[in-house]
Design a protein around this ligand. Structure first.
Ligand SMILES: [Zn+2]
Length: 165
């Protein structure tokens, strides 16, 4: 908590916030935001809320994985336009996999463990991941006590095009 707060304070004092480009703005989708070969994230991952843009993950830390989708919110929660709905399992969707612990993140918030919103592969409880600054989420999930952290590619912004601005 204090680490995240400190990082947030540092970021707040370091000039204009980065603009989160949504995945939908890239013509080739995940191909455009992953690096060749290793398939890691080519750009910093940002909170998708314009005006927040908190840095969630530095470039090159997450690994692009196509895997069975995981539904992260209960059906009665109104959808947020910033958080596109994900396909129903067993359909596949794209994720950034971060291992082995939350220290890999620049800023991330965790929910309390939740039960049966969603079926995780092993049936364990899930923790949902959200922006540490503005609480927007769920952006991803992890199993309680797990070493894998999954961020939905469509639910984060990308820090692209900074060099030309
Ligand atoms: Zn945010």
């Amino acid at each position: 908590m204090s680490d995240n707060l400190w990082a947030a304070l540092q970021q707040a004092s370091s000039g204009p916030r980065p603009y989160p480009h949504p995945l939908s703005s890239f013509a080739n989708g995940v191909q455009d935001v992953s690096s060749d070969g290793e398939s890691t994230n080519k750009y910093d991952l940002l909170c998708p809320r314009g005006g927040c843009g908190s840095v969630i993950l530095k470039q090159g830390v997450g690994k692009l994985i196509e895997r069975e989708s995981v539904k992260m919110e209960p059906p009665d929660v109104p959808s947020n336009p910033l958080l596109p709905s994900l396909p129903e399992s067993p359909e596949q969707s794209h994720w950034w996999l971060i291992t082995p612990n939350p220290m890999q993140f620049e800023n991330i918030g965790f929910s309390r463990p939740v039960e049966s919103l969603s079926v995780s592969p092993s049936g364990k409880k899930l923790k949902l991941l959200a922006c540490a600054e503005c609480d927007l989420g769920p952006l991803g999930w992890s199993e309680e006590g797990g070493t894998e952290f999954w961020i939905a590619c469509s639910r984060v912004g990308y820090r692209s095009g900074e060099a030309s601005s």
